[in-house]
Design a binder for this molecule. Structure first.
Ligand code: FAD
Length: 454
């Protein structure tokens, strides 16, 4: 599917001059081959790929500044590329332009263990950072499943399975260095944990797109029961590190893909962090809740290799869905509702899937009220695609009607633009447009994303 827009492609002469200037500056780090351009359009989304006109492999901040200066001069769009795992068409180039690939800017520059912070280049991936930190007794907690870049994660305000305890990128980014539309650099903050100094520019840009741990799995008779247990645990303040829902269809997919033998009913995967006595207390309290909600006994996985296997299976949930129906596409989407409405929203969503005869396992970072549907569908079957689109539309409307949002963590990109007005109102969108206009008057940066253009 292609999202309609009224963006104009740059004039051919302007594009040719841009590519000539970039070639003179970057030599063979400017790539215009079709194959590489295709790799920089979207691969994991349901939206049609829209390749850029050229790709520049950046190695340092000055490279990004020069790309921006050259493109601004000729009115050509610039699109940053982390690892391309975003799910709503964020790296597509609907008006063409130049993609700046940041994967070579992958150095961890400073680690301050005593302050629990570090300074990194944007192309460092979360797994690479954790590999770097492994021997220092600390870790970076945000894990959106994919091995995404920290720059891309900041840009989509990503979260994942650890957000209940450790927050999202919003809580974990202290400061950014940002290249402006004129190629100058803004520094948005310092390493201090908090600051009252002026406008909070860091959080304007973020989302502009335990040492002792124990994991457990608990099965439930119904998906409502599993959600109800989550709601009660959050409302009574049990400090869970992670709590992830897999509905019965997703458990079946994970068992087949990751060679597990979990009971094929709705399941909560949990992790408790803290001292031995704290973990014992948390799990006892949670166990009492699960009994009230139709939950079975916990299956404990204290051995690190078993824990890793269980969480890897959760992270591979998307690929498990793909394997359920070989050759089919997977249309992945997310919504987020206030925690008190979680059980209603997930139950109604399962009923809708059944009514529309669609195969879509559900997983959720349910401690945040956030859940994901992955519709496995034949993209060449017009009727099935129409039912999938109808389903996604109704899912968003349901979440919004319950006081929730059209996206908890995947972002707006192209796919969710049409829902912002209903969610935030025209005035808020006008305010966002004014911010975009002030910082990017020529609409050079990633045009056609977030703000509706038609
Ligand atoms: C299997 C799977 C599971 C996923 N599960 C989750 C999940 O649980 N939670 C979640 O939050 N997400 C999830 N995602 C989505 C995805 O991993 C996130 O959106 C991720 O944060 C994107 O990072 P990236 O490096 O791939 O960025 P990209 O896809 O390369 O870029 C994303 C956006 O950020 C911009 N961008 C990238 N780098 C920069 C930069 N340095 N400066 C400015 N802008 C930049 C791009 O232009 C684009 O608009 C999942 C994806 C997959 C494939």
């Amino acid at each position: 599917m292609t999202v309609a827009n009224n963006l104009k492609r740059p004039e051919p002469q302007a594009l040719a001059s841009t590519i000539e200037a970039l070639a003179a500056r970057f030599g063979n780090r400017l790539i215009t081959s079709q194959a590489v351009r295709d790799q920089h359009a979207h691969t994991t989304t349901w939206l049609e790929p829209q390749p850029p006109d050229a790709v520049v492999m950046a190695q340092e901040t000055a490279d990004i500044q020069d790309v921006v200066r050259i493109c601004t001069k000729h009115g050509v769009p610039v699109i940053a590329f982390g690892t391309g795992t975003s799910l709503e068409g964020q790296v597509n180039a609907p008006a063409g332009g130049v993609c700046v690939d940041l994967r070579d800017m992958n150095k961890v520059l400073e680690v301050h263990v005593e302050d629990l912070d570090c300074v990194i280049q944007p192309g460092v991936t979360r797994k690479a950072l954790n590999e770097h930190l492994r021997d220092r007794g600390v870790f970076f907690p945000i894990d959106p499943g994919a091995d995404a870049s920290l720059g891309g994660m900041a840009s989509t305000r990503a979260s994942g399975t650890n957000a209940v305890r450790y927050g999202t990128m919003r809580e974990n980014v202290l400061a950014l260095k940002v290249v402006r539309g004129d190629g100058e650099i803004i520094t948005t903050g310092t390493r201090a944990k908090k600051s009252s100094a002026g406008y909070d520019l860091t959080h304007l840009f973020v989302g502009a797109e335990g040492t002792l741990g124990t994991a457990a799995a608990c099965s439930f008779e119904t998906v409502r029961g599993a959600c109800q247990a989550t709601i009660m645990a959050i409302q009574t303040g049990i400090p869970l590190a992670r709590i992830e829902l897999l509905n019965a269809a997703q458990v079946r997919a994970c068992n087949a893909y990751s060679k597990l033998s979990l009971p094929e009913t709705p399941l909560l995967l949990l992790e408790f962090h803290g001292s031995e006595s704290e973990v014992a207390e948390q799990s006892k309290n949670f166990n009492e809740i699960t009994r009230e909600c139709g939950g079975g006994e916990f299956t404990w996985t204290t051995r690190p290799e078993d824990r890793t296997k269980l969480w890897q299976a959760r992270h591979d949930a998307y690929w498990a869905v793909k394997a359920l129906r070989p050759g089919a596409g997977v249309v992945a989407t997310d919504v987020c509702v206030p925690i008190s409405r979680l059980a209603d929203c997930v139950t109604e969503t399962e009923a809708d899937l059944e009514r529309l005869n669609l195969l879509s396992p559900i997983v959720g970072h349910v401690g945040d009220g956030n859940f994901h549907c992955s519709v496995a569908c034949d993209v060449n079957d017009r009727d099935e695609m129409a039912r999938s689109e109808d389903f996604m539309h109704r899912l968003v409307e349901r979440a919004q009607a319950m006081g929730g949002t059209c996206t908890g963590e995947h972002g707006v990109g192209q796919g969710k633009q049409k829902y912002l007005k209903a969610e935030l109102g025209v005035e808020a969108i006008d305010a966002m447009r004014a911010v975009k206009q002030a910082l990017d008057p020529q609409n050079i940066f990633n045009p056609g994303k977030i703000l509706p253009t038609v």
